[in-house]
Design a protein around this ligand. Structure first.
Ligand SMILES: C[S@@+](CC[C@H](N)C(=O)[O-])C[C@H]1O[C@@H](n2cnc3c(N)ncnc32)[C@H](O)[C@@H]1O
Length: 257
């Protein structure tokens, strides 16, 4: 099984996670954000999906990215790891064991039709925790270090970093639904080892480009409550070695549900 991309501590596989997972070693933490299968292409703006439909149609038409995983896929995550954090857990609760610790991401959306929060199911036996980080259309928590939107349901890097830090120790991390690679960027920033799997090659390319931006000094700018994003500004297309061209989705659209 050949990786799509490898660098120190980071590996990306391009393919279906159901085919690739059986070949991987167990990890400390599966941290992932599976597609919810909410059929975003058919939703109208403000209908609760949280993604600008016209942009989505243009850039993601005919793709498989939002296809809901089969229930068995969740069993393979549980078998492959000591701990799990699964965003969108409220869509998959019937496939997951009862657990007391859910994570809540308050997107500080204000009064809109979009969801106020997103929920992650976890394997932890501890109290429910909340992360407050604005991620609302053009508005982000740290406007000075604004993250470009590269995936319809992209998560903020500080959110994924916070998740990794909730699981101690999580030296090895797997994201089987990697998308634009947010989990891997967060893992890299924290000096952890991480593997990502993504079925759509365009997102593998985007993840590689984000990883190649390099890493920042964690002693500066890190705020676990999400007050700032340490990611460096995104490079211009001229800086990209591995990728051909990046499609910014839209700085104005909303992500998540
Ligand atoms: C909700 S998105 C993850 C977004 C990610 N958290 C980010 O910040 O960019 C889920 C991703 O899983 C991918 N995917 C869907 N089915 C897959 C499968 N069977 N194997 C691997 N990846 C898959 C989709 O293409 C999509 O990019």
């Amino acid at each position: 099984m050949n990786p799509y991309y490898e660098e120190e501590n980071i590996t990306i596989y391009h393919g279906d996670c159901r085919d690739i997972l059986p070949h991987l070693d167990p990890v400390d933490l599966v941290l992932t954000d599976p597609p919810y299968g909410i059929n975003l292409e058919k939703q109208s703006l403000g209908g609760g999906g949280g993604v600008a439909p016209h942009k989505h149609k243009t850039l993601h038409k005919g793709t498989t990215w939002d296809r809901r995983p089969h229930n068995d896929t969740f069993c393979s995550f549980l078998n492959k790891s000591r701990n799990q954090i699964i965003w969108g857990g409220n869509y998959f609760a019937s496939c997951l064991p009862d657990k007391m610790c859910w994570l809540v991401w308050d997107k500080v959306n204000g009064a809109t039709d979009f969801a106020d929060c997103e929920l992650a199911w976890t394997s932890f036996d501890s109290a429910v925790r909340m992360f407050r980080f604005r991620w609302s259309g053009m508005l982000q928590q740290n406007m000075g270090m604004k993250e470009p939107r590269l995936h319809p349901t992209q998560k903020p890097i500080p959110l994924m970093r916070w998740c990794i830090e909730r699981c101690d120790p999580a030296q090895t991390i797997l994201d089987p639904f990697m998308g634009s690679g947010t989990t891997l960027v967060a893992a890299k920033q924290l000096g952890r080892k991480a593997v990502g799997i993504e079925i759509e090659e365009r997102y593998c390319e985007i993840a590689v480009t984000r990883l190649q931006q390099g890493c920042f000094d964690l002693s500066t700018g890190l705020n676990q409550e999400g007050a700032s994003s340490p990611e460096k500004p995104f490079p211009s297309s001229g800086d990209m070695r591995h990728t051909t061209q990046l499609s910014l989705i839209d700085n104005e659209h909303r992500t998540g549900t």
